[in-house]
Write a protein that binds this ligand. Structure first.
Ligand code: SAH
Ligand code: SF4
Ligand code: F3S
Length: 446
């Protein structure tokens, strides 16, 4: 049947062979994820529920009997891409009987009333607000129950998860006037510290040495504390750093309003916290920031950047910018360009404003599309300029790279680096940068 006795040198390899054999008999699932890291974390979570019911993950949709499309709706384009993928799955669904097609996430939440009409071949819709109930829904869909023990054992049996995500809060209490996220993910709620630390340990057991804490305003974290006061984000960073096996800590997305001195001091003081921060600014104009309801000013943001670079001289700073927000004048757009130059971002994302139905900004008049396009190009060019300037300082410097895939890995500063020579996934290699013209740096081990 399966193994030739000479191969069975030890019990471990026998078990591996048996699992390999069984994988051919087991039902498989495939997940296609759109959107941000929150969605990636949710996909992983839903995958664990399917594994607990005996399914195994596959990279090939054709092999799958359950297929999940986890959608995003932050901009209209993101939603269109997800739904055109869903449309293309009709033949997948009808080709073999018994296949289950599930659509989940933010665009599913936003359009759940009309989704069944548009895509009648979909078996199950799970909106972003209902992700935490996915276990029960999967039970009904597959008519398979899973015990707590099954869930405990549902950790990935293959592959090396070098970097693990842990969601620490869901939803968002902000009302940024362009943003659909609070509508599709609901009001904020924070996970208790013990649950978070448990998930960090799970990720470490699966092979992760880098942990990324996730939330829409991740640094606003607080929960009932045992310290006689609320536990805050700085406390959480300290506790995560104490978990055995955690070499690196990152977090996404912090909000400038909660980037307190205490959080900055903790970032600088706790060795595991990486010197890299993605801090969305959105605009460099105080009037636009106010209309966006971002609750900070240009001066506050620039002050934060200075403070953080002083506390962590090697820190990289990246950002999100929206161009073409309703009412944005040319002068206001130039203020965004000057903020990018002043702050010297290492990299970032420049988004063309996309009106989202039901948000306050969608009621306001948009700049013409050609103007948004023009501003987009100009902003990208300025960001590329500051990024190239920052990278020019790197050749000759020494970094620790966590190898993720083949010869590619990331430094603590979150640069993507290609390391020459033989390296092993999951190892941390000390390297010297040899070339930094492009976003992916080249390096040799030292
Ligand atoms: N919670 C995070 C951002 C989540 S959305 C924060 O507040 O920083 C990710 C990014 O998408 C935002 O930072 C913003 O730059 C962009 N974005 C959100 N809504 C948008 C819209 N309607 N049009 C264009 N970009 C948008
Ligand atoms: Fe959207 Fe603002 Fe909340 Fe971020 S903080 S998710 S941009 S409402
Ligand atoms: Fe993320 Fe998109 Fe939802 S950016 S929170 S997946 S709308």
């Amino acid at each position: 049947m399966i193994a030739q006795p000479p191969l069975l040198t030890q019990e471990g390899s026998f078990r591996v062979l048996l699992i390999t054999y069984n994988r051919h008999l087991m039902q498989k699932f495939y997940i296609r994820t759109f959107g941000c890291q929150m969605n990636v974390a949710d996909s992983n979570e839903m995958g664990r529920h399917l594994k607990a019911r005996g399914l195994v993950e596959t990279e090939d949709p054709e092999e799958a009997s359950v297929l999940l499309v986890n959608t995003c709706t932050v901009r209209q384009h993101a939603e269109d891409v997800a739904f055109s993928e869903l449309g293309r799955l009709r033949p997948w669904k009808t080709r073999k009987p018994g296949r289950k097609l599930v659509v989940t996430g933010c665009a599913a939440e936003r359009t759940k009333q009309s989704l069944r009409g548009r895509f009648p071949f979909v078996d199950l819709v799970v909106g972003a607000k209902a992700i935490e109930d996915f276990g029960q829904m999967a039970e009904r869909l597959l008519a398979k129950r899973a015990t707590d023990e099954d869930l405990d054992y549902a950790i990935p049996s293959m592959g090396h998860q070098v970097s693990g995500f842990v969601t620490i809060m869901r939803g968002c209490n902000y009302s940024c006037t362009y943003c659909i996220v609070p509508y599709v993910r609901g009001r904020e709620s924070y996970h208790p510290m013990e649950q978070i630390l448990g998930e960090v340990r799970d990720r470490v057991n699966e092979g992760a040495s880098e942990i990324t804490l996730l939330g829409q305003t991740v640094n606003s974290y607080h929960s009932d504390g045992s310290k006689g006061r609320d536990t805050d984000f700085a406390d959480l960073l300290e506790e995560v750093a104490k978990v055995d096996g955690v070499d690196r800590i990152r977090f996404m997305s912090p909000h400038p309003y909660y980037m307190t001195d205490r959080v900055i001091e903790t970032m600088a003081g706790v060795p595991q916290v990486c010197e890299a921060l993605h801090l969305p600014v959105q605009s460099g104009s105080n009037r636009v920031l106010k209309t966006m309801m971002r609750t900070y000013t240009r001066e506050h943001y620039i002050g934060l950047a200075e403070k953080m670079r002083k506390a962590m001289p090697d820190m990289t700073l990246s950002t999100d910018v929206i161009v073409g927000f309703p009412g944005e004048t040319d002068a206001e757009f130039r203020e965004t360009l000057s903020l990018i130059r002043e702050t010297q971002f290492d990299w970032g994302y420049i988004f063309k404003y996309s009106p989202r139905e039901g948000t306050p900004a969608a009621e306001m008049e948009c700049p013409p599309l050609e103007l948004i396009e023009e501003r987009h190009q100009e902003c990208l060019a300025v960001l590329e300029e500051t990024g190239a300037g920052r990278r020019a300082r790197l050749p000759g410097t020494v970094h620790e790279v966590l190898i993720e895939d083949g010869n590619f890995g990331r430094s603590r500063s979150n640069h993507k680096i290609r390391v020459q020579g033989d390296v092993v996934t999951g190892e941390i290699v000390r390297v010297k940068i040899t070339a930094a013209e492009r976003a992916t740096l080249q390096a040799v081990p030292v």
